[in-house]
Design a protein. Sequence first.
Length: 207
Amino acid sequence: MKVKDKNTKLLGNGYKHILSTRTREALTRSFNSLIDEVFDIHSDRVWCLDLPTNFEYTEKQVNNFIMCLVNVGQKLGNEDHEMSLASCTGEEIMLRTIINHAEFKIEVGIEEGIFNQNDLDKFNKEMAEVIAINEYAQDMDYEFLFKDNIDKEKMEEVAKAMGFSFSVLDVDTWFEEFVNSNVHINPYINNTYEDIDTKHIRYAKED
């Protein structure tokens, strides 16, 4: 049986006309590392996923973010055509996580001699271009959730006034599928199970 070429296994291959091999290598390193971390039983998954720190999350919601991470990785790994990289706000946040983690991997790699400054510059330029042409990834309203020391009630008013697709006060709305998205969210996200712990597993901001 013929084995696929190594480059066909890199994330971002659907955007080969934009993303260099080095950028795709960084995305792949980022995604693989994140998956290893979130499935480590000793890891703090909220921290690993780089979620907004002003909120608390249930076990189910954290699991939803992991499914969003997997979905975004699958979309980035699609080799046939460009796909919407985010089908809900949760996936937008996970795309942000993958990109930020990839940038970190390059910065560490520069110190180790694996990457160089040119790789980092190209990564930032190329990813900005991919996001600019991606209808659902370029909507940056989710960055609103990462503001420090936010007043959630005031943020909710602003979000409604600006027509954001999510509720600041209801994390579950971050997993609602965007209208006309060409890729569905993971079916797990829409299901609820009584045996899943719905207690808040951790306050993202400690007192």
